[in-house]
Design a protein around this ligand. Structure first.
Ligand SMILES: C[S@@+](CC[C@H](N)C(=O)[O-])C[C@H]1O[C@@H](n2cnc3c(N)ncnc32)[C@H](O)[C@@H]1O
Length: 247
């Protein structure tokens, strides 16, 4: 009995996704979104769902991953270190952000967590341009914790640095200014068996996004995990191309 408990404990611990350490870089951290409940819920969803998705698909293939809006790099770094979760598949993570400070901090986070430089690549790019897929290939996984907070126009800041930081959460008047065009076009980034993991808040009306945006654009959407955080309910949704998913 003891041996069984010990072995099963080791097995469970083996599958746990490490939460990366974010290094303290003078003058940089305060210019980048600090990981919060949404970031950690996204990590929980990935840990829980990727084990399920890859437990039966052992392969030596590289797994191409794109994170849109990498911020501190907490999620990209965790994924770049997650070979065990991906059943031996080698993660190659592209971490994209519109904020140059986020790209810098993501590189530092990768270094601080001993991620191989071949596993994590940062890209300074506005995610809204991804609709035309500037990459030469499609991805197995796309991850996004988007700017989703409803902010009225008058509440915008004018200062350049705080303006860049505000882009981390500013989802426009209804919270969906980034999310709707992104979700409408993300299928171009996904390969046929690919999945998008998207963090949403109750403010974004996730059910409406699935029905009115994802479905007409050829995607199915299911909720993977949810949590109440203060006045909002956060959830992570998995989207796949219609007719090809194992939903
Ligand atoms: C809520 S933060 C999430 C950061 C990180 N992924 C996390 O979970 O902690 C959103 C990130 O998206 C980035 N972002 C906002 N608008 C963007 C856009 N149009 N293109 C690319 N990145 C964008 C912000 O700079 C910010 O780093």
């Amino acid at each position: 009995m003891f041996a069984f408990v010990t072995i099963s404990k080791i097995f469970v611990m083996d599958l746990i996704m490490e939460t990366p350490v974010i290094p303290n870089v003078t003058g940089l951290n305060e210019l980048v979104y600090e990981p919060a409940e949404d970031s950690f819920l996204l990590l929980d969803a990935l840990e829980q769902d990727l084990v399920k998705s890859f437990e039966e698909s052992g392969s030596d293939d590289v797994l191409n991953i794109l994170e849109v809006g990498c911020g501190s790099g907490i999620v990209s770094t965790a994924l770049a270190k997650s070979e065990k979760l991906l059943n031996g598949r080698l993660p190659c993570v592209f971490a994209l952000d519109v904020n140059p400070n986020a790209c810098l901090l993501t590189n530092k986070t990768g270094e601080a967590n001993q991620v191989a430089t071949s596993s994590l690549h940062t890209i300074l790019l506005d995610g809204r341009f991804c609709s035309r897929n500037p990459f030469r290939f499609q991805f197995d996984l796309v991850i996004c914790n988007p700017p989703y907070v409803p902010i009225l126009a008058g509440e915008n800041t004018e200062d350049e640095n705080s303006g860049l930081l505000q882009q981390s959460w500013d989802g426009g008047p209804d919270g969906n200014t980034f999310i709707i065009p992104f979700l409408s076009n993300v299928r171009h980034l996904l390969n046929n068996n690919g999945s998008l993991y998207l963090l949403l808040s109750s403010w974004n009306n996730p059910e409406m996004l699935v029905q009115d945006v994802a479905n007409p654009n050829g995607l199915t959407g299911v909720q993977v995990i949810k949590r109440t955080a203060g006045r909002e309910r956060l959830s992570v949704w998995k989207f796949q191309k219609k007719g090809l998913s194992s939903e």
